[in-house]
Each structure stands twice: as structure tokens, then as C-alpha cells.
Design a protein around this ligand. Structure first.
Ligand SMILES: [Zn+2]
Length: 459
């Protein structure tokens, strides 16, 4: 099984707040065309074909400058200046719990930022500050990866993902968002009827990519396999997989059905490591040196970010496991030509975690994102499912949550899932949310759908 995840569900939030108009679409187009994004793209292209020693030198100098400029005002580094001076090898790794426990100590107060709460990975939400400029750097890195398959962020797309790109679906399963130039399909309304409507609405739109959660793209791919080929889909150049792991059978299905390569990338809300999958080697992710410095410490992916000036994290433990290798198996360069090191065997938070809707349709918990301050009052959470179409969100907090907190959380979740799932919220003692190994789990799945992850009527 191989897996991939994206950071775009958080990076898109700012654009989402202004989307829906032609002005917003133009603004996103302008952002993509901006000197900041285009400069990053040129640097990435230049470094990727440079030799590894040159890349390393560029990176260290860039990082020193980033820390001089943005790290010094950060309270934690004023108390621990060694984190900004390097070498890092002897310094303790900073864990999520350290950053959580010292809220505010990792923030540069001079950098304008928006607040983001990370998804419930590990069961404990973390409050982050993300600089506005990160929106551009994030898109530059995503565009670099998509560009390997000939797709630009402004190209026409069909997208299967949750409401984190802006406003909710408001009862409509298909939404055209000019900002992203895509038809957005709710992951909670994946029926034949929705797919037929989508094809009708595509008309001359001619999407160049399918973008979304693997679990949400799967029913569409199966429908296309059963009913296609469709002329409206014959320009698709890539399937862009976001936010969660994909099984090997899903990769094969997507490549076959859409006759296009699958593009995946790895990142996290904390913005310390970004890596795009090699177009020639499945499961090998080339680490972008422009995004951060990546290490493996005790088998875990540890990163020092250099794109988020609002919260520069040094030697931060992503809680994902992985292996870091030289660019190519026998050489300083990969078969694809890249000189960027390779992350492989990536495992962790992004394991596919599914719950099942009223028709036994699989729903990714990545679609039930927690990037909302209403969830920041909880220390841990986990989904538990025992019956079809019903899911219980179990939450825990040091301070017992108010009834109004629970009501608001339930309402937000219910709005996201529409009529596909009935949501309840329950407070439980924190230690009941730990697995045997002491690590929080995201989905405690007790229900088995009769047709094992197939939708009714699927081949
Ligand atoms: Zn490669």
C-alpha cells in the first residue's frame, strides 16, 4: 500500500474566503502569475537540475537568512538561540506536544497570519499560525509537482473534496468555483445521479485534471469505467490525489480509467516538509529543498520549515515515519533527472481512514476537516462507527467542554456531511481515545459494510 497527502486543504482557506466571483478567479490567476510564485517555480526548476552539493549549499544559505530574518523575534528561539545557529544534529527534536504546550511561543508576532487548526491526526488538534505569503509558496510547490504532468493550477479541473475550499455546498452536490476553475463535487453526494449531472454540466468545459481524495475519486472512476468513455473527459492529463493515502488498487484504477498518470505529494499543515512523487518511481517523493530541511530521526520525518515566517518550526517532528535516500538508486540523480533527495516508505497520519454513509459509501475522514476554531476547544477526538450511516465524534478536553461547544461542533460536522451520515458528539475521558500503543487513532471502526467498500451497483 502506498499513501500520499497534500497540504492544499489548509492553504486554500484564504482564497476560499474571497472566492465565488470573477474577481476572485482573476486574483487566483494573478497569484499564480505573481513574481513570488513564478520566482519559486524558476528556483525549483533550476535547483532540480543542479548537482546535489550546489542544492545543499543554496539551502543552508537560504535557511540561515530565513532564520535571521524571521526566527529571532520568536520567543522560544530567544530562550533557545541554538535552534537558529545550527548544526541541528545535537538539538532535541520539537514535538507536537511541545508546540501545543507552549502556545504562542513559536509565533513571530510581527508577521501577519491566519490561524489554522490542524486536522485531528493523532487525535489532538494543534493551533498554528500561517503567514499570508505561505499561500503563494504553497501553491508554487504544488504547481511544480502538477507541472510535471503538464497541469497548471489555473487549468480546468473536476475536484472531489470537502468544503475547506470556501463556502459549503448549501445542499448542491456540484459547485462551479471560478477561483480554482473547477467543478467541485461534494464527497458526500457521490451517486450515479450526481455523476450524470456533472457530465451534463461539463459541456464544453473539458477538464484537464481530476483532483481530490482517493476515496472520493474512486466511485467516480468506477462510474466512468462502467458508463464511459466520455468525450468530455478525453483531455484529462493527470489525477491529482489530495489529503489522504491511496491504495495501490486505486492508483491502478485511476490510471486505467482516465488514461493519465497519478500525481501525489506529501506535506503537512505545519509546513516543514514538502515532497512531490517522482513521475518515474511510484512511492518515491522528491523533497523540495526550497520548502524546508528534511531529516529522519529515529525513523520519523523531522523538518525545519523555511516558508512560514509566522511560525518558523525547527527540527519539528511530523509524527510520520519514512526513509530518506539519495536522489537516485545508484547516482546523485534520479532516473527522472531530479537531484532532490527521496522520501520513501512514508507512513503515518495519512493512512486512509474511512467511515460509511447511509448507502455504505466510503467517506474519507480527511473530508471532515477540523480546520475550524470551534474544534480547538477539544484536546483529542476520534470517530467511532458502529452502524451504517451513523458516526459518533468522541471528544476529550482537560477542561470539560460546554454544552454549546458540543452543539456547535455537531452542527458544523452535520452541515459538512449533509444527509449521508448522522453525526453525534460525545465527551469521553482522554485516555479512552488512546490505542494500545498510546498513540491516538482517528477512526475506531466497528462497522463493516456488506459490500466491502463498494457502492451498491458498482461492478
Ligand atoms: Zn525521480
Amino acid at each position: 500500500m502506498t499513501r500520499a497527502r497534500t497540504t492544499s486543504r489548509t492553504t486554500s482557506a484564504k482564497a476560499g474566503s474571497v472566492f465565488g466571483s470573477r474577481a476572485a478567479a482573476a486574483a487566483f490567476g494573478a497569484a499564480y502569475a505573481s513574481p513570488l510564485v513564478q520566482g519559486h517555480l524558476r528556483t525549483l526548476a533550476r535547483l532540480e537540475s543542479a548537482d546535489a552539493a550546489e542544492v545543499r549549499e543554496w539551502q543552508l544559505s537560504r535557511m540561515a537568512r530565513f532564520h535571521r530574518q524571521w526566527g529571532r523575534p520568536v520567543p522560544y528561539y530567544q530562550a533557545h538561540p541554538e535552534y537558529l545557529q545550527g548544526p541541528l544534529d545535537d538539538l532535541p527534536v520539537l514535538g507536537k506536544e511541545t508546540v501545543r504546550g507552549l502556545a504562542g511561543s513559536f509565533t513571530n508576532p510581527r508577521v501577519p497570519a491566519r490561524r489554522v487548526t490542524t486536522g485531528g491526526t493523532g487525535g489532538r488538534p494543534l493551533d498554528l499560525r500561517i503567514s499570508y505569503a505561505s499561500f503563494f509558496t504553497e501553491w508554487a510547490h504544488i504547481a511544480h509537482v502538477w507541472g510535471r504532468a503538464g497541469v497548471r493550477p489555473t487549468d480546468p479541473k473536476i475536484t472531489f473534496r470537502g468544503g475547506s475550499l470556501g463556502e459549503g455546498f448549501a445542499g448542491r452536490p456540484i459547485l462551479f468555483q471560478p477561483t480554482y476553475n473547477h467543478f467541485l463535487v461534494s464527497p458526500f453526494h457521490l451517486s450515479d445521479r450526481t455523476f450524470e449531472d456533472l457530465l451534463d454540466r461539463l459541456d464544453e468545459f473539458r477538464p484537464m485534471a481530476v483532483w481530490g481524495y482517493p476515496s472520493a475519486v474512486t466511485p467516480f472512476a468506477r462510474w466512468v469505467a462502467r458508463t464511459g468513455p466520455h468525450r468530455a473527459l478525453n483531455r484529462i492529463r493527470a489525477v491529482l490525489l489530495a489529503s489522504e493515502g491511496a491504495f495501490d488498487w486505486q492508483l491502478t484504477l485511476f490510471r486505467d480509467v482516465f488514461a493519465a498518470p497519478v500525481v501525489r505529494w506529501y506535506g503537512q499543515s505545519e509546513k516543514v516538509v514538502f515532497a512531490g512523487e517522482c513521475p518515474r518511481r511510484t512511492g518515491a517523493y522528491h523533497v523540495a529543498p526550497t520548502y524546508g530541511l528534511t531529516e529522519i530521526v529515529d525513523g520519523r520525518i523531522v523538518g525545519t520549515g523555511m516558508t512560514n515566517a509566522a511560525m518558523p518550526l525547527v527540527r519539528y517532528d511530523t509524527e510520520d515515519a519514512g526513509t530518506l535516500l539519495p536522489p537516485g538508486p545508484h547516482d546523485a540523480r534520479c532516473v527522472c533527472g531530479s537531484s532532490f533527495p527521496v522520501l520513501t516508505d512514508v507512513r503515518g497520519r495519512w493512512d486512509q481512514s474511512l467511515v460509511y454513509g447511509t448507502d455504505d459509501e466510503p467517506i474519507s475522514t480527511a473530508a471532515l476537516n477540523f480546520h475550524d476554531s470551534s474544534f480547538a476547544v477539544f484536546d483529542r477526538f476520534q470517530f467511532r462507527q458502529e452502524r451504517r450511516g451513523e458516526v459518533e465524534l468522541r471528544v476529550a478536553a482537560a477542561r470539560r467542554p460546554e454544552t454549546s461547544d458540543l452543539t456547535r461542533a455537531r452542527r458544523l460536522l452535520q452541515e459538512r456531511v449533509g444527509d449521508r451520515l448522522r453525526v453525534s458528539v460525545t465527551v469521553v475521558p482522554p485516555d479512552t481515545l488512546l490505542s494500545i500503543r498510546g498513540k491516538g487513532v482517528t477512526v475506531d471502526q466497528h462497522y463493516r459494510p456488506a459490500r466491502t467498500q463498494e457502492r451498491p451497483g458498482m461492478p
